[in-house]
Structure formats: structure tokens, C-alpha cells
Design a protein around this ligand. Structure first.
Ligand SMILES: [Cu+2]
Length: 382
């Protein structure tokens, strides 16, 4: 084991993720999508499996049935004297307008998904502590006028107590006032106990198919720079340390993960919005992560951006998705999603390697409110 792979083993050991096949990993002969690890990926998968596949199947079967019908009913033997007409107004109107309706039915949800992947979430979260006397809580609605929380769905309210965090239902558990103005007040029906937390999320970045949640604004940026043939990653929010990530040779990984595993994985925290910006040094590459349903071109001289928020920890693999040269297949992407404390420990280690002071104290901020509400959203989804 050389030095680079010793480093990889250390990351794996520190986060407890072994170099092995998991449910997130592609398998030989597998079909279908890799499991979704984000709310947005679930939406993308539903778009494919729940909208595109049924439409394609129905159209294919319908056309097949028409062909069979024509072959049987109108062959020379069954229909010796063909009729001479060449137009039918009604059928032409139908076969013009039905495809338009089908295409619109596909286009509208696909535009919505493209919009969600392109626009970085702006959601923010505020926490208020109950004093036991009042059931009304005020929150700043200080978005730019065009993005201001102006409808009930732009606000989500959670109640945190010793028993855990629960999502509240508008109308039933609380009423909202001040939508569209710079101050919003939330009046709870039941008076919360002193010390309870009222967590409010505001924003227009709604993701999730069933349990829509307001995605919070990014807590960090990941810079991915493609080159022939590998990736350089930088963490501008943590001192801009950078490292390159190259394909692990066959002997350093398993047969299943060969061409997916790398020497230095990207590490990001779970449950937080990660802004990804991509560019390239030489030719066009593309940074793709199927479990998060993202794929974005890395173009020399330009910056592209997208985002993801992993809902669960694990190692996720992707590959360069733009034919970029002879070793295009040898520039995989490996992202390790870890808890916030493990992420902070990793950042500290990377900073020390780059001759910087550690940034986080050993006692990590585990009880940060963003994870409170995430826990609630996860509990509500079950
Ligand atoms: Cu490439």
C-alpha cells in the first residue's frame, strides 16, 4: 500500500465506511436507477419511472397494435380493392393534438425539475425559544421582494421539545400572519412549554414529491475542476484547501468498485445543501452523481453550478459523463457523505495537511437547528 492509499484507508477508517459494495453502488448487470439519496433524486426517478416509462410503454404498445391491425386487415389478400381517399380531417386533427398534449405533459414536470436543479435553494431556518407565557412567535421575512415568503407553502413550522421534533400542520396546529410582509408571526394553538423550540423554515425551494420540504441555502461550496484525467476539488469555505482525486488502481480496490473508487474521495456533510461549481482545465468534462440525480458539464473558462443535499450517509459514485479523451473512463467521482462531526474532523485534518490551523473544535456543533428540523422531516416522512 503506497502513501496515497494509506490516506484513503484513513478516511474510510475515520468514517467507518468500508471499501465494499453497498446498496448505493452500481452492480454488474444491474438495471434501473441507483437508489435515490436526495429528495430531488426521488422526484427525478418518479419522473422517469412514473411518467416517462408508462407513456413510452403505452405509445409503443398502441403503435404495435396499429401495425398488427394494418397488417392483418389491409394486406392484399384481405383487402384486394383499396379505397382511393387520402385525407381524413378528424384523424389528422387527433394525431396532431394528442401528441401535443402528451409532450406538454412531459415537458412541464421536466422544466420544473430542471429549474429546481439549476436554482440554488434559498431557504433559511430560524429558531425561537418559548418562554411558556406566549404562543405567538415573530420571524423576519427578509427575502428580496420577489422571493419573499408569500404563501403558506413557503413556511414550515416545527415544534422541538424533550420528546423530539415534530412538524406542525397549518390551520390545525398554528396560524400564520404577515405573509408577503417583512415580519411573519406564527400563533400556535397549544401553548408550548418554556424552553421548547419553535423552528421555522422559510423559502421557495420546495423539494420532495410527497413530503415537500423547504431546502435550506447552501452551507458550503464544493469546487470540482476536471482535467485529463482526474478531478481537483477545492473547499473555498474552509481555507480553500484542494486535492486531486484520481482513479484507484485495480489492486487498491475491489473488482466491483474498480473504475469507481478514487484515491481521495470528496467528503461532505449529510443533510446540508452543498453548492457544486464545476469548471475544467483542458477539455469539457462532466461531473455526475447518479444517486443525487445530478450531472453538470465542466467547461474550460466557464463556471457551472448545481446543488445536492444528501439525505443519508454513505459513499456515492459517479463518472465523468462527457467524452473527454482516451482515458475518459478513468476519471471516476467518489463522494463520501458523513455526519457533521466526522466532516469537521476531516476538514481539520485537510487543513493541517495544507499548513493551516484546524478550524473546528473537537466538540462539534451536533445540535445545530438545521439538523433538528431534518430529523423532524425524516420522522414525518415515515
Ligand atoms: Cu472527463
Amino acid at each position: 500500500m503506497n502513501k496515497i492509499y494509506a490516506g484513503m484507508a484513513a478516511v474510510s477508517a475515520s468514517t467507518g465506511v468500508a471499501l465494499a459494495q453497498t446498496a448505493n453502488t452500481p452492480v454488474d448487470g444491474g438495471y434501473g436507477m441507483l437508489p435515490a439519496a436526495s429528495k430531488l433524486a426521488e422526484e427525478v426517478h418518479f419522473f422517469h419511472n412514473g411518467i416517462l416509462m408508462p407513456i413510452i410503454t403505452v405509445i409503443s404498445l398502441f403503435v404495435l397494435a396499429l401495425l398488427l391491425f394494418v397488417m392483418v386487415r389491409f394486406n392484399a389478400k384481405a383487402n384486394p380493392v383499396p379505397r382511393k381517399f387520402s385525407h381524413n380531417m378528424m384523424i389528422e386533427v387527433i394525431w396532431t393534438f394528442v401528441p401535443i398534449v402528451i409532450l406538454l405533459g412531459i415537458a412541464l414536470p421536466s422544466f420544473e425539475l430542471l429549474f429546481k436543479e439549476d436554482v440554488i435553494p434559498d431557504g433559511k431556518q430560524m429558531v425561537s425559544e418559548a418562554d411558556g407565557a406566549s404562543n405567538v412567535f415573530a420571524f423576519d421575512n427578509d427575502f428580496p421582494a420577489s422571493r419573499m415568503a408569500a404563501a403558506g407553502r413557503h413556511v414550515q413550522v416545527f415544534h422541538g421539545s424533550a420528546a423530539g421534533v415534530v412538524g406542525l400542520t397549518p390551520g390545525k396546529d398554528y396560524t400564520l400572519e404577515g405573509l408577503g410582509t417583512p415580519k411573519i408571526s406564527v400563533a400556535l394553538k397549544a401553548n408550548p412549554a418554556a424552553g421548547d423550540k419553535i423552528v421555522v423554515r422559510m423559502g421557495r425551494s420546495l423539494v420532495g414529491r410527497k413530503n415537500k420540504e423547504i431546502a435550506l441555502a447552501p452551507s458550503m461550496t464544493l469546487k470540482a475542476i476536471g482535467y485529463q484525467w482526474g478531478w481537483t476539488y477545492a473547499y473555498p469555505d474552509f481555507g480553500d484547501f484542494e486535492f486531486s482525486s484520481n482513479m484507484a488502481p485495480a489492486e487498491a480496490t475491489t473488482p466491483e468498485l474498480y473504475r469507481f473508487e478514487v484515491d481521495n474521495r470528496v467528503v461532505v456533510p449529510v443533510g446540508e445543501t452543498i453548492r457544486v461549481i464545476t469548471t475544467a482545465r483542458d477539455v469539457i468534462h462532466a461531473w455526475a452523481l447518479p444517486n443525487m440525480a445530478i450531472k453538470v458539464d465542466a467547461v474550460p473558462g466557464r463556471i457551472n453550478e448545481t446543488w445536492f443535499k444528501a439525505d443519508r450517509e454513505g459513499v456515492y459514485y459517479g463518472q465523468c459523463s462527457e467524452i473527454c479523451g482516451v482515458r475518459h473512463s478513468a476519471m471516476p467521482i467518489a463522494v463520501e457523505v458523513v455526519s457533521r462531526p466526522a466532516f469537521e474532523a476531516w476538514v481539520n485534518q485537510k487543513r493541517v495537511e495544507a499548513d493551516m490551523e484546524p478550524m473546528f473544535s473537537a466538540v462539534a456543533s451536533i445540535a445545530e437547528p438545521s439538523r433538528l428540523a431534518d430529523a423532524a422531516a425524516a420522522a414525518n416522512a415515515q
